[in-house]
Write a protein that binds this ligand. Sequence first.
Ligand code: SF4
Length: 289
Amino acid sequence: MHFVQAKSLLSPKNGINIYRGCTHGCIYCDSRSECYQMKHDFEDIEVKENAPILLEQELKRKRHACMIGTGAMCDPYMHCEEKLCLTRKCLEIINKYGFGVSVQTKSDLILRDRELLAEINGKGKAVVNMTITTFDDKLCKIIEPRVCPSSRRFEVLKRFQESGVPTIVWLTPILPFINDTEENIADIVKGCGECGVKGIITFGGFGVTLRKGDREYFYRCLDSDFPGIKEKYVNRYGFNYELPSDNNGKLIGVFLKLCRKYGIMTDADEIFRYMFGFEEAAGKQLSFL
Ligand code: SF4
């Protein structure tokens, strides 16, 4: 881990990344791709030490409150957050200035901030996004080795349901020849239904994308954890960026049927509108905005 003083924090679309790199070890991680030009080892986390100060300055300059997003590039609740609490400090600032927040993670450490997220949601909106790709915990522990297993992530979703904080699940990526089974998709959707998840994001199909940097790491992991599967990938997909599952049609059928049953949104545009729409709740926003 190393510390830097960042010059700015908020992206043009109101996203923040407090950390660069990640210690969760997902074998398919797109954030490892060379196109992101990370100049340090992926596990040597770059910490934007002044993130809360920058965020406060940048929110003060905004004319209207809106949703702030975090977790798109690197998990805001990776291991170092437990001690550093920078994500928490940023949430406190978001709360102080009456903004909303959408947080994406795979970690149960987010439960530490449950009350704070519920408070933000009470004033405006907080949305918890949890990525779940593999219902079977044993398989999950191989694919996403250094973060809590899927069963625990469902418990997290349940806890936020109890707090009245809406949740979205990212059911992506799905890995061909590994977890692209009807059983896996059905079990995850049923689990989401039981936890009152509002929407599930799949981007319209099931598969994975691979780019330079990400692909090499993924193939090394396949060689050590799934002998013989890399060869199947190479033969079937070559160096393609998009690697759709051959079971895609069947999986979509199972997915849509169950989502309809549980009343879960599946259209990505509709889910993003829901996630990032921020109507100021009358009388709830802080007066100094
Ligand atoms: S949690 Fe996200 S950023 Fe971290 S290793 Fe997994 S896919 Fe990559």
